[in-house]
Design a protein around this ligand. Structure first.
Ligand code: DGY
Length: 321
């Protein structure tokens, strides 16, 4: 006797191996193009999906959650962040929500460190010179960056990714300060210095890197006063969420030279980000790709499918939020 496979909606494109697993293990409706909210709601209803695998383009606020068909028991985010949805509203409807922690920790910290180095060492400007043919030699005082090694790095959000950033920074001889809701035990702190108040930490940070969730819980953490509290010549790095930053204040700090540079992977509006950033030479930009390696994107998709497999088999999901 064959039992019907669970019906699921995969609302974003997956890696080939993950898509093959989704089609093999489930009665899966797989999006040919990444779906937006309305398409996902319609497809979930027409397919009678028990579980939805979504990415950040499917924005599920409380009103959208209320419109999900009664068949849905699980929303499996294929990302660690889930600020694109109202998880509390889903839970109130009895719908489980999961994310994909751990698997993207190293890649996100790697990209944050890439941004840190690129911003400090003027990678965008040097690269542009080379692509234009170089031809004019640089003298001893020309186009100087700032030395990352030995600097004081402030980390906001000392979860898995923040700690992975600290691990990389230790290799560069940096002194590490951190702000977090709670102080970590010594074995996780590994010598990093705790500041219960962000404002007390900022004046000491030659480099500041954000590693905390976006959304209502953290609001616009980096506003005009916060940027002003950083020492002149500081470098700012964001691989967390654009919503944490007042972009007008960031632009002003970069234009005035109060900040030496920034490395940014995330923006308040994506993909149609504020292109005034692209006009600044002291910004190194990437298009929200911190997790974008073959290994990590595959692992994220598989982790979302693990959660779906557990819930559709009547078990607890490994990664509830
Ligand atoms: C995440 O998982 O939250 C990353 O930002 C990729 O979207």
């Amino acid at each position: 006797m064959t039992t019907a496979r669970p019906r699921i909606l995969v609302a974003r494109r997956l890696t080939p191996a993950a898509e093959a697993r989704a089609r093999r293990d489930f009665d899966a409706l797989v999006a040919a193009e990444d779906m937006g909210t309305e398409d996902a709601l319609a497809a979930a209803a027409s397919h009678g999906a028990e579980a939805l695998l979504i990415g950040p383009r499917v924005r599920l606020d409380a009103a959208a959650i209320a419109r999900l068909p009664g068949s849905v028991r699980l929303i499996a985010n294929s990302s660690v962040g889930y600020d694109h949805m109202d998880a509390a509203a889903a839970r109130a409807r009895g719908i489980l929500v999961t994310n994909t922690p751990d698997v993207l920790t190293d890649c996100t910290a790697d990209l944050a460190f890439l941004l840190l180095l690129a911003a400090c060492r003027r990678a965008y400007e040097y690269e542009g010179m080379m692509r234009q043919g170089w031809r004019r030699g640089l003298g001893l005082p020309d186009m100087l960056g700032v030395r990352p090694s030995g600097k004081v790095l402030g980390i906001v959000g000392m979860g898995r990714i923040g700690r992975a950033m600290a691990q990389r920074a230790r290799g560069f001889g940096m002194r590490i300060l951190y702000h977090n809701r709670n102080r970590l035990p010594p074995e996780l702190e590994q010598g990093a210095e705790y500041f219960p108040a962000l404002r007390d930490m900022l004046p000491h940070c030659q480099i500041l890197s954000l590693h905390l969730p976006g959304g209502a819980q953290n609001g616009t953490l980096m506003d005009e006063a916060a940027f002003a509290a950083l020492p002149k010549g500081a470098v700012f790095v964001n691989t967390a969420r654009g919503s944490l930053v007042d972009e007008e204040a960031l632009l002003a700090a970069l234009q005035s030279g109060h900040l030496f540079a920034a490395g940014l992977d995330v923006f308040r509006k994506e993909p149609d980000f504020d292109t005034r950033f692209a006009a600044l030479p002291n910004v190194f930009l990437t298009p929200h790709v911190a997790s974008a390696t073959l290994e990590t994107r595959e692992a994220m998709a598989m982790r979302a499918l693990d959660n779906i497999a557990a819930v559709t088999a009547g078990q607890a999901p490994p990664d509830p939020v």
